[in-house]
Design a protein around this ligand. Sequence first.
Ligand SMILES: NC(=O)c1ccc[n+]([C@@H]2O[C@H](COP(=O)([O-])OP(=O)(O)OC[C@H]3O[C@@H](n4cnc5c(N)ncnc54)[C@H](O)[C@@H]3O)[C@@H](O)[C@H]2O)c1
Length: 355
Amino acid sequence: VTADLLVVGTGLIGTSVGLALRGQYDVVLDDPDAEAVGVAVARGAGRPWDGGEPFRHCLVAAPPSAVAGVLSGLMRQGATYSHVASVQRTVQADLATAGVPLADVCGSHPMAGKELSGPAAAAGGLFVGRPWVLCPSAETSAGALAAVREVAERCGAEPVVLTAEQHDAAVALVSHLPQVAASAVAAVLDSSGRPLQLAGPGLQDTTRIAASDPVLWVELLRQNAAAVAPLVRQLAEELDVVAGALDELAITPAADPAPVESLLRRGGAGRRRVPRKRGELDRDFVVVPVSVTDEPGQLAGVLVSAAQAGVNVEDVRVEHLPGRPTGVIELLVHPSSREHARAALSQAGWDVVGG
Ligand SMILES: NC(=O)c1ccc[n+]([C@@H]2O[C@H](COP(=O)([O-])OP(=O)(O)OC[C@H]3O[C@@H](n4cnc5c(N)ncnc54)[C@H](O)[C@@H]3O)[C@@H](O)[C@H]2O)c1
């Protein structure tokens, strides 16, 4: 039989693709790490590839530097190929250098992921509603582009076609700059040597991706260094100006706080431009906070009450208060349903907090 899809690299992304395509595609899996294949198969992402079975399309979900090597060892007549590397220009150049037939290959990058890696962290729903960038080269055939577009669509993602250059410039801004910034904040925390018990959700939010795999990230930053360097430089300049203004304020409280205020205002404007969900912005939602005791079933109970009241919950955040027997469940709702949600949840016996 000819498998619909061969996934090479059954880590977080490869296994998530297999899980997403379950019941839609006959997926075979391969990885030099036999344990990674074993976990992916056990989770239902596909069946192991025997090394000879033919396939219609192959998706390489290995680290970017491995993609060209994998493809040059694999390519045969009649199939199409893609990869999911988080950087595209260098991989495209590697493929050309490796002498791979470029007509049969289309690069791609699902804009979904986690700070975790490996097949155990995979999830079939990872790509739902997320952009999936397709990066055909000048040589890529219509068939190769269509094949990876179909994979993306069947995974529930929204395909977006960009050149490799456009892709790399875009991810430098929305992914690589934030990684450097989060790592820098967390590195300052670490080098301070001071306890962090007072940390709240703000610190969680700003440092979440600092937990990312350093080996993968050194590779990504190395491969996109030309696009990332000017952005990191700009960040450093912003910080330098604020540090100077704070130095002055520390000496003279009457000194000019304008540089600090300017950063905060422009930061607010930038934050408002960050999409929360496709086509929607953060400011479109308001928070309904509910104080709960730290026992099982509270989150489910709040969500059931919201559903029974016909409240459309856009997102949920849970904040545990360290050392306290209570936590806060924050429901994000459309502003028009805020009052209804507050009233309905109070009536259902929940402790809705704030005005
Ligand atoms: N993690 C993310 O958030 C994310 C998001 C989008 C795209 N990507 C891209 O997806 C790809 C895989 O990343 P991941 O997060 O799934 O990593 P991962 O570490 O979870 O999985 C990578 C897998 O590739 C395998 N591998 C290593 N060398 C190989 C080789 N030469 N041939 C075949 N397989 C090999 C490893 O054994 C491992 O199982 C990378 O190109 C990455 O840039 C990652």
